[in-house]
Design a binder for this molecule. Structure first.
Ligand SMILES: Nc1ncnc2c1ncn2[C@@H]1O[C@H](COP(=O)(O)OP(=O)(O)OP(=O)(O)O)[C@@H](O)[C@H]1O
Length: 240
């Protein structure tokens, strides 16, 4: 199967400090892949490169076959992002927030409205479309951000520590919603976190430490590769 995304030899330095040290991996369709790393591992730097915020010093990324260096507009059009910080306009309704994003991606308004209605209903937001985002709970705001990130049907969904600030129930609901998407639509999700429990049920875990991969595989294989025991114990020992 064709890879949804390929990261090849990424190097990013801040002065003397190497944040990404020749990072390479590919992402296949229909997987939730957890990028697990302690603070300072390089997760944010990787996401900044993947979302085109800045260029890597070396290496390249391909998304759905488009090079981020040679065809950045095409590559970025295939990416959806849920950022760590909430990035909705609180005073606009859910529908207006979503329409704005659809327009940025050039979606025809009829298609956008159909997707907004369908995707919001599927996530239990059908009755909230006309409400200002300010009135929604933190968990529902996150769901709106998820709907927004997927409106243009990107090949790759990036989620940067998406459960920050959510209570356990909302965190669980978000994970369930993502896993359902992966199963039913074959989405490819790269989910960055420092919380080992979010690797539960993931198809694959990439353990990032000091800008390089320490392990890559399904959670049990990663635990073994890092020395055995629970994933949490193995991860803490390997990244100490
Ligand atoms: N703007 C910057 N200037 C200098 N060094 C930086 C800068 N941004 C990040 N770094 C360094 O690069 C390394 C990787 O940082 P990065 O923020 O990518 O890690 P992270 O895994 O996202 O951590 P966190 O979870 O704390 O955000 C760290 O050593 C960090 O101190």
């Amino acid at each position: 199967m064709t890879a949804r995304a390929a990261v090849r030899g990424l190097v990013k330095r801040y002065g003397e400090r190497v944040a990404l040290a020749g990072l390479s991996f590919t992402l296949e369709p229909g997987q939730r892949v957890v990028l697990l790393g302690p603070n300072g591992a390089g997760k944010s730097t990787l996401f900044q490169v993947l979302t085109g915020l800045f260029a890597a010093d070396e290496g390249d990324v391909e998304v759905a076959g488009h090079s981020l260096r040679r065809a950045p507009a095409r590559a970025l059009a295939e990416i959806g992002v849920v950022f760590q910080q909430m990035s909705l306009d609180l005073d606009l309704s859910v529908r207006r927030n979503l329409r704005f994003h659809a327009a940025l991606h050039g979606l025809p308004s009829r298609l956008a409205d159909a997707r907004i209605a369908e995707d919001c209903a599927a996530r239990g937001l059908g009755a909230d479309l006309e409400r200002p985002v300010r009135e929604l709970s933190g968990g529902n705001r996150r769901k709106v951000e998820l709907v927004r990130a997927l409106l243009h049907r990107p090949a790759l969904l990036l989620m940067d520590e998406p459960t920050v600030g959510l209570d356990p129930k909302s965190r669980r609901e978000l994970l369930t919603a993502i896993d359902a998407d992966v199963r039913t639509r074959g989405s490819t999700v790269l989910w960055a976190t420092h919380l080992v429990e979010e690797a539960d049920g993931a198809d694959r875990v990439l353990v990032l430490h000091r800008g390089r991969l320490l392990a890559d595989g399904p959670p049990p294989a990663v635990s073994s590769a890092l020395g055995g025991g629970s994933l949490e114990d193995a991860f803490l020992a390997a990244t100490a």
